[in-house]
Design a protein around this ligand. Structure first.
Ligand code: TTP
Ligand code: MG
Length: 399
């Protein structure tokens, strides 16, 4: 086995980031309920003995509490822990916000779970700086947006990046450069090897393989005899060789925002302001995902549950707020008759999505608007969503 593969990439090493939120569910519960801050918290099923721990806050971990452990056992280990029932919807909302932040850094993102993603940041260096700086910026941006900490690993490939993010948890960052790969990997316990599980770990240890160094230096015939077809792949990983690309999720087909009013709304100006607000929010989501839309949809529902859907194609694909707002408002005004019925639901959606490239954007004339949009997005990212609103948009009251 040689390092040929790495050498072919010598001029263009990739920068791959792995971001993983710290004690995700428990940290959200502590953030939402300040009484839990600094305390051992167990999030999971019922504490009557049959539930399982989803996660334990870092304060509970020194007692041995872990994910997937029976709740009863965790409570025995840490009797003063506060047990909180899982609130999945809440965690999904926060996860969406975290991914929105990640999209500010690159469109090449592969979500691995609710709190974890790989990012290909190779092309982001020009804008965001070297890996160390990007890791810091990502952690700050996530903290500013959702008030939670994460850990970030940066390395030339996914395998090392994931190990790097685990290496300094919580609230840490570890950058592994090409020349540091062996020093980082060699001492790691073999239990950290991707995909081997508990049984595999025991088999490795019975073969005298306790660390990545042991695996890297075991002669291939010996490895093949013991581990069969996986032997070569495992040894390549122990050497830090991994060329898997960051696999972008390509199934985003539409972005929409809708609400059902608690009381039906008849006031046309109020309804218009809702349309403008939702158009702005969908445009911002589009930009955060580095996408362009070709079509705007407006969905309206009257109190008798009749639903009306109107759509219009934009003059050209865009993610600027102004043309999307203007298109949505035209659709709404065309529907609105004098003496119209009140509405119980309004939605604004965008379809016909494609990945935005700078070249495409330069061809069109939204440049100035986009400058403002991007500035507003950045302010919201730093100071929170409610920090700024355009003059034309007011938040609808939903009381
Ligand atoms: P993890 O990222 O594995 O764990 P974590 O974020 O709680 O803690 P760490 O700081 O070590 O990353 O999982 C993310 C969330 O997924 C976790 O908060 C709860 C949920 N989860 C389960 O519900 N069951 C499980 O067995 C695991 C591992 C996670
Ligand atoms: Mg996590």
């Amino acid at each position: 086995m040689t390092d040929n593969h790495v050498d072919t990439l010598a001029d263009h090493p990739r920068v791959i980031g792995h971001v993983d939120m710290d004690a995700f569910y428990a940290a959200i519960e502590q953030r939402d309920n300040p009484e839990l801050a600094g305390k051992p918290v167990l999030v999971g099923g019922s504490p009557d003995g049959r539930g399982v721990v989803s996660t334990a806050s870092y304060e509970a971990r020194p007692f041995g509490c872990r994910s997937a452990m029976p709740m009863a056992q965790a409570i025995r280990l840490c009797p003063h822990a506060v047990v909180v029932r899982t609130r999945m919807e809440r965690y999904v909302d926060v996860s969406r916000e975290v991914f929105d932040v990640l999209h500010q850094f690159t469109p090449v993102i592969e979500g691995l779970s609710i709190d974890e993603a790989f990012l290909d940041l190779t092309a982001s260096q020009r804008l965001h700086g070297p890996p160390e700086t990007m890791a810091t910026k990502i952690r700050e941006a996530i903290f500013n947006r959702v008030g939670l900490t994460c850990s970030v690993g940066m390395a030339p490939n996914k395998f090392i990046a994931k190990l790097a993010s685990e290496a300094n948890k919580p609230d840490g960052q570890v950058i592994i450069r090409r020349g540091e790969i062996r020093d980082f990997l060699d001492p790691l316990p073999i239990g950290n090897m991707w995909g081997i599980g508990r049984v595999g770990e025991e088999r490795m240890k019975r073969s005298g393989i306790h660390t990545f160094l042991d695996l890297r230096t075991t002669p291939m015939p010996t490895l093949v005899a013991r581990f069969g077809e996986h032997a070569e792949k495992l040894q390549r990983l122990a050497m830090g060789l991994d060329d898997r690309p960051v696999a972008v999720e390509r199934d985003v087909k539409s972005i929409s925002h809708e609400t059902t009013f608690a009381r039906d709304v008849a006031d046309a100006e109020h309804l218009r302001s809702v349309v403008l607000d939702f158009a702005e929010q969908t445009a911002a989501r589009l930009r955060s995902k580095k996408l362009l839309a070709t079509t705007v949809n407006v969905k309206l529902r009257t109190p008798d549950f009749r639903t009306y859907s109107r759509q219009k194609t934009l003059p050209h694909p865009t993610n600027a707020t102004a043309p999307i707002q203007s298109c949505a408002l035209q659709l709404f005004d065309a529907w609105l008759q004098p003496g119209h019925r009140p509405l119980r639901l309004i939605g604004v959606g965008l379809t016909g999505l494609s990945l935005a490239s700078e070249v495409q954007l330069d061809l069109f004339e939204d440049g100035e608007d986009l400058q403002l949009d991007t500035t507003l997005d950045e302010i919201r990212l730093k100071f929170g969503k409610a920090a700024i609103k355009r003059g034309t948009t007011t938040r609808p009251s939903r009381d």
